[in-house]
Ligand binder design. Structure first.
Ligand SMILES: [Zn+2]
Length: 172
């Protein structure tokens, strides 16, 4: 596999992202939305491939979200190869989980499965964009929630546990 030439937008963003404050970085990353979807996906992937400690986790998380939404099977090998090389940043939650989410979403899409399967497999809190709540009941530890996928109507059961200092979720 021959390396692709960097997209001009990637070069611009990588240079700019090193120098800016977090707010300025996020404003710059929004300019990705002006690109066509294939270009946006390619630039996001190149940003992740080029990431180092100077870029900040906001850059990586934003790129991962672009790939979660629009990435296809073609991006999968590059994304998997990049994941172990990504820098860790200090934070409550490891930002690289966003990249794991992107990989899971793309694998799911490539397999032709509804988005709700990837959301369930990740075991995080239910995403309002994917699920609607059908019912919920209070339990000792938190709540038991019945969800339905907005796209395919498949129902899932999730237990929310509030006994830790932030909620955790167990999918059934
Ligand atoms: Zn579904």
């Amino acid at each position: 596999m021959s390396p692709r030439p960097p997209h001009p937008k990637t070069l611009f963003l990588l240079r700019a992202l090193r120098e800016k404050t977090i707010d300025e970085r996020l404003a710059l990353l929004k300019t990705l939305d002006e690109l066509s979807v294939p270009e946006r996906v390619e630039v996001a992937l190149q940003l992740l491939e080029a990431m180092n400690e100077t870029h900040g986790h906001a850059t990586g998380s934003h790129a991962a979200h672009v790939l979660s939404e629009h990435g296809g099977g073609l991006e999968l090998d590059r994304l998997r190869a990049t994941r172990p090389r990504l820098p860790a940043f200090e934070g409550l939650r490891d930002w690289r989980w966003n990249v794991d989410q992107a990989i899971a979403a793309i694998e799911n899409r490539a397999a032709g499965r509804c988005e709700c399967h990837a959301a369930q497999a990740l075991g995080q809190g239910p995403d309002d964009k994917v699920f609607r709540e059908v019912s919920s009941s209070v339990a000792d530890f938190g709540a038991t929630i019945t969800l339905a996928c907005r796209a395919c109507a498949r129902e899932c059961l999730v237990e929310r546990d509030d006994s830790y200092h932030y909620p955790t979720f167990r999918w059934r």
